[in-house]
Ligand binder design. Sequence first.
Ligand code: GLN
Length: 198
Amino acid sequence: MKVGVLALQGDVREHSEALTACGVEVVNVRRPSELAQVDALVMPGGESTTIAQLAQIFGLFLPIRERIAHGMPAYGSCAGMILLADEILDAKIGQETFGGLDITVRRNAFGRQVDSFESDIAFNDGSDALIRAVFIRAPWVEKVGTGVQVLAEVDSHPVAVRSKSILATSFHPELTGDNRIHRYFIEEVARAALQQVQ
Ligand code: GLN
């Protein structure tokens, strides 16, 4: 499986390292020809408005939106979660997303940069072990649509969700050196979705 990392802004290298450690081939995606090569796409943490603007400038915005709409597996952390959400609260005026995931997210829901925090939380992938979650000006999920499963919560707010082919987390597993969530994306979300398409 070839997995792309959207490499316009944000913590691209950390996602690439986590995915490489999971044994997949990783491609940095900055142009449509690179997007065309990948089976799945990861959207890093960073700044969702900047990433969306750069995607427009690089001619990637519509191609990504279309690939996701046609079932390309995708995973987004933090800003990446916002980019995958169908609806944003506290968005910048005119802020657009790739969409595909039937959730409403609230940007910067946990507060400002100084309110960033780390916490050990349960992640519902069948393991009882807690996972270290790093929240940096993180969104939370306010509403999930039908077919969207909540995998983790903080203070009753969903912070990890999945649909058939899309996974999103408010937090940054790419920053902890624990590849459990990337592995979950590859094995349980992407591989399963790609097998159904074939
Ligand atoms: N608050 C940022 C945004 O709206 C996300 C922060 C992050 O990815 N760490 O895009």
